[in-house]
Design a protein around this ligand. Structure first.
Ligand SMILES: *[C@@H]1O[C@H](CO)[C@@H](O)[C@H](O)[C@H]1NC(C)=O
Ligand SMILES: *[C@@H]1O[C@H](CO)[C@@H](O)[C@H](O)[C@H]1NC(C)=O
Length: 208
C-alpha cells in the first residue's frame, strides 16, 4: 500500500513538473534562431511583460506610401514556437503594397478601415480579387503572389495574421530589380525593355 502511494505521488510529481515546464517558451533571442525556433528564456527570469507587445502601432509610411509594423518572434519573443504572428498595416490614399509572397505562411487580413483591393494569384495563374472594407476578413493561401491597393478616398488599414512566427517575405520587384542580376539577362528572361529595367533598378537600388 505504501509502495503504491509512493509510486502515485512520484508520478503526480513528475507529471506536474513537466506541465509547468512546457507551458511556454519565451524566446531567448541571444540564443540564436534554429529551424526549431529559439531556445527558451529561463522561466525564473520570465515576467508578465514577456507576454505583452506594446509597439503594435501604425508606423511612418515608406516610399511606397504604406506602413507595416511587424509583431514577429524577433519583436515579440512570446510568439516563439506558437506558429503565428501579426502585422499592422496602413496604406495611404492611392498607395499599394507591391506584389509579394510568403513562402512559409498563410496570411489572414482583417480589414479595419478604408477601401482596398486585395488580390492573390494561384499556382495555375487564376486571379482572385476582392474589394475589402471594414469588417471583412480575407485569407491569402500560403506561398501565393499577392498585393493590396488602396482605391478609397482616405487611408486603408488592417491587421494581418501569419501562420508562422517569423514569415518570410519576398517582394517581386526587389527580387527582380533590387540586386545585381545583369539587366540584359533580366530583359531576355522577362521580355521587359532594358531601359525600363534600368529605371526600376534605380528605384529599387539594384545595379547591373
Ligand atoms: C536571469 O537574468 C539575469 C540578469 O539578466 C542573468 O544574470 C541570469 O543569468 C539569468 N538567469 C538565468 C537562469 O538565465
Ligand atoms: C506617394 O504619395 C505621394 C502623394 O501623397 C505621391 O506623390 C507619390 O507618387 C506616391 N508614391 C508612390 C510610390 O505611389
Amino acid at each position: 500500500m505504501a509502495l503504491v502511494f509512493f509510486l502515485f505521488a512520484f508520478l503526480l510529481c513528475t507529471i506536474t513538473s513537466h506541465v509547468v515546464a512546457i507551458d511556454f517558451c519565451i524566446a531567448d533571442l541571444k540564443g540564436g534562431d534554429t529551424p526549431a525556433g529559439y531556445p527558451c528564456k529561463s522561466p525564473t527570469n520570465v515576467t508578465v511583460d514577456d507576454f505583452v507587445f506594446s509597439n503594435f502601432k501604425i508606423g511612418k509610411p515608406n516610399q511606397f506610401n504604406f506602413s507595416f509594423t511587424p509583431a514577429f518572434v524577433d519583436h515579440f519573443p512570446a510568439l516563439n514556437g506558437l506558429g503565428f504572428s501579426f502585422g499592422r498595416v496602413e496604406i495611404k490614399r492611392g498607395g499599394a503594397i507591391p506584389m509579394h509572397t510568403h513562402a512559409d505562411a498563410t496570411e489572414v487580413i482583417i480589414s479595419t478601415g478604408g477601401t482596398y483591393i486585395a488580390c492573390f494569384i494561384t499556382s495555375d495563374n487564376k486571379v482572385y480579387t476582392k474589394t475589402l472594407t471594414e469588417g471583412n476578413i480575407f485569407v491569402i493561401p500560403k506561398g501565393l503572389l499577392h498585393f493590396g491597393l488602396n482605391i478609397g478616398k482616405g487611408k486603408a488599414s488592417g491587421i494581418v495574421v501569419f501562420s508562422s512566427e517569423k514569415p518570410s517575405v519576398q517582394i517581386l520587384d526587389i527580387a527582380l530589380f533590387g540586386n545585381n542580376l545583369d539587366s540584359g539577362i533580366i530583359g531576355k528572361t522577362t521580355y521587359l525593355d532594358v531601359a525600363q529595367i534600368k529605371k526600376l533598378k534605380a528605384l529599387f537600388k539594384g545595379s547591373g
